[in-house]
Design a protein around this ligand. Structure first.
Ligand code: SF4
Length: 273
């Protein structure tokens, strides 16, 4: 039997963000990544995500704001994040941001039981499989599913004239919608819930639009399979790229400008979920 080629949601998003980054990550696997201070944000993001997930394992009467905050404090300790801070006040600052995010989460979603959380899902199209893990789905009144992806990054507005940027921003939700369309229920909505801003950035789906995503998915796979050059796509996201120091960007001028202006002290990675 012919084995199916498998693509994760993350690998496809990586290719769409920058084909060269895809090559460095999935083809030239032995390249040495740069270690960045930004990794504290990944750990922080994980602690918040785990808290949102494990909160629902409490019994209904235990689902209080106080227990949610205590759960976060426990996750905080377990992650070993402490070592990343230079002082207690620095640690407290990020910890308090986490508590604020979870207060928003509690007020908006705390009393709604999710349909699924962090569920591994996959869907097949022709000889390919796309897979991923969706933070959360809610079952809506009309029996359709809403995808919710928690974001610990701040919400930013993308103007209509920045069409490509909007497309880039919503790729993840579209790929999730396609993955979930392999299940019995129809997906009607996908939202990034920006926890700190307490804001849902939502797009709607129809059966037709999801079918279209499947066709698009196949086109991207063909692009990946037949790509000879894996061109660079230089932009602000390069600041957070693990291959920033070794990247031989074709647009060297722009890349070196980003390198010169780079400071990893106070900005957040786009991948800081
Ligand atoms: S530094 Fe930028 S151009 Fe180079 S691989 Fe990373 S994302 Fe792509």
């Amino acid at each position: 039997m012919k084995s199916l080629q498998r693509f994760s949601e993350y690998s496809m998003s990586t290719y769409l963000l920058c084909p060269r980054k895809y090559r460095y990550t999935y083809i030239e696997k032995n390249l040495k990544k740069s270690k960045k201070k930004i990794h504290v944000n990944f750990i922080f993001g994980n602690a918040v995500h785990l808290t949102c997930k494990d909160y629902y394992s409490f019994r209904a009467e235990e689902r209080t704001l106080e227990n949610l905050h205590n759960l976060f404090r426990k996750k905080w300790k377990e992650t070993g994040i402490k070592q990343f801070f230079g002082s207690i006040s620095e640690e407290r600052q990020l910890g308090e941001r986490g508590l604020l995010m979870l207060t928003n989460f509690f007020n908006k979603l705390g009393s709604i039981m999710p349909y699924q959380t962090e569920q591994y899902m996959e869907n097949k199209i022709k000889d390919y499989v796309l897979f991923g893990r969706v933070d959360r789905t809610n079952l809506l009144k009309d029996d359709t599913l809403e995808i919710i992806d928690y974001k610990t990054t701040r919400y930013y507005i993308v103007n209509d004239d920045e069409d490509n940027e909007r497309k880039r921003k919503t790729i993840q939700l579209k790929l999730y919608a396609f993955i979930l369309s392999g299940s019995k229920r129809q997906v009607s909505k996908g939202s990034f819930y920006h926890l700190e801003d307490d804001y849902f950035d939502t797009i709607d789906f129809t059966e037709g639009s999801i079918k279209h995503i499947g066709i698009w998915f196949e086109e991207i796979i063909n692009d990946i399979r037949y790509d000879k050059y894996f061109d660079t796509n230089v932009g602000n996201h390069c600041k957070y790229c693990d291959f920033f120091n070794i990247c031989q960007g074709d647009d060297k001028e722009e890349l070196s400008e980003i390198k010169n202006n780079y400071s990893d002290n106070n900005e957040e990675s786009d991948l800081f979920t």
